[in-house]
Design a protein around this ligand. Sequence first.
Ligand code: GZL
Length: 625
Amino acid sequence: MTEKVHRLGLLSMFVFLLIVLLGAWFAGRDKSDSEGGTRFLIGISQPNLSDPWHVALNEEVKEEVDKHNDIRVIFTDAAQSSAQQKEDIRHLVGYGVDLLVVSLDDPAALTATVAEVYRKIPVIVLGRGVTGYDYTLYIGTDNEVVGQKAGEFAAETLKGRKGTIVEVQGFGDSPTVQERSLGFREAIAGSNLEVTHVVNSDWQRDRAEDQLTDLLAKDGNVDLIFAHSESMALGAYRALKNTGRMNIDIIGIDGVTTKTGGSPYVSERQLIGMVRSPTGGREAIQYALDILNKEKGIPKKVILRSRLVTSDTESGDGADGKAAPPDRNGKETLKLGFAQVGSESGWRIAHTNSVIGAAKDAGIELLFRNADQSQERQFESIREFIRQRVDVIAFSPKTETGWEEVLSEAKDAGIPVILSDREVKVKDDSLWTAYIGSDFREEGRRAARWLTEQADREPDRVYRIVELQGTPDSAPALGRKKGFEELIRDDDRFAYAASLEGDFTKRSGKELMAEALEKFGKSIDVVYAHNDDMALGAIEAIEAYGLKPGKDILLISVDATKSAMDALSIGKLNLVVECNPLLGPQLMKAVKDVSQGKDLPMKIITSEGVFTQELVKQVKRNREY
Ligand code: GZL
């Protein structure tokens, strides 16, 4: 007994001493300590380290952290248990980490925990994402694009044959799985390919092996297996060997690649192709430092470029958004050509001022051209920039389509192109290097979410909606319409009276609203305007008709320019969804990075809010546009 008490005493002494030492170390961790002390402690929470992708993530983090002598990281590994990962996260917060980086396999289980931590410290979410927006920054790939690339390759591989496909998914209800699956199906739609089986292997190799061994033993008619991760693809390969079905092709995702960007499993022909999704470990540490140093302009999402790796692209063709550094022919000052779409709205003026001001602050020579809503004139400006051998071309494309030819000319000239504010739709996404702007579909969803909340207050009512669309075929008009519709179309409390094509100008908003009032009069309950200027025009038409905007008719707008915030504060607007035009500083950082040959993320999505009549009074004074 004495012996036991003695040992217990020693143990408790040891634990006590450990706590004292740990406490002293933290206390002494003076964040402003310039003598090389630890300024920041970052927690890295991993769902498991059995998947090579997560191991590669930690390697990237360590590599980046080693460049700084004042940050420390603590890694945790939940060994595929969501309950354990919640515990790990709570322990990291308890240790006093300044910022949490979390890679998730099971968003449904972890979203609430992440949101809870986000209320205390900054949180960067990596890889497989969370539902909602309760985090500081998301870094990962565009999962729909990843699925599309896999689907396009599957169609190319099976060359129009009638192909039957088995799809091996991770956690079924994660946004990642749903988006990858959607992208894959979009890509094979209209072909002779069909997904005949879906297997949920929860991202695990051995589970995939067992399930597929059973399936292949029963089903002789499988041509290709599409697995949502490299580890499940390797499980599929083992199932082929177990059943002797070596003639089946396998495509994976999220693979770990060699330094040259190749995949060991593709070169060993276990997989015929793999859509590479970078881990984001390096970017996580870089942005973590910006966040902890309270830098401005931290984006909400950073979308990394995914790339198909096959046996003939093993060499790593540099299509990772990494443009070859342009030939600077000894010039010191960077030269940027910017083709602006026009001056149609208050938002556009703020965007132009931000680009011009940021170029000046950055010491970048700016060739600025305004196309006044003409795509032709944007073509001409881009060709002028090519002739002038600028270092980088940036522009806000009027419409999504029609850019293949002129962007191919810029690519042939070796000049990287950065999209500012609006995206383009081209088959070859290596024609542009990066996109910096908003998530327009989410802006549309935010407008619809607010409207459904209003309807929840008056359940037995149908709202008749007039939608004032922005410029036809422009990314913001298409995205805001699509996002709004996603939440409204199946809700029988809403009906479109009309959806009218405007052009983001106040005049078009006023004219279209006057026409709608002539036709529908007082039966109109809601106006959803794709931007402030059209909403302000609609207000004038509604008042001219003798009705009260914001009371007789609810008005929802997008942008959050000063004039709209004024209208919101006096009750003439009911909701304003923010769309941030202050993109200049992020553009200039990207121009400098790409000119030094650095990798750029594929998309940098700005952080934006939503303003109600109650909220506007608190925020109006310290806004910059
Ligand atoms: C959105 C931008 C849109 C604004 C309008 O990023 O392209 O164009 O919402 C502007 O105000 O005219």
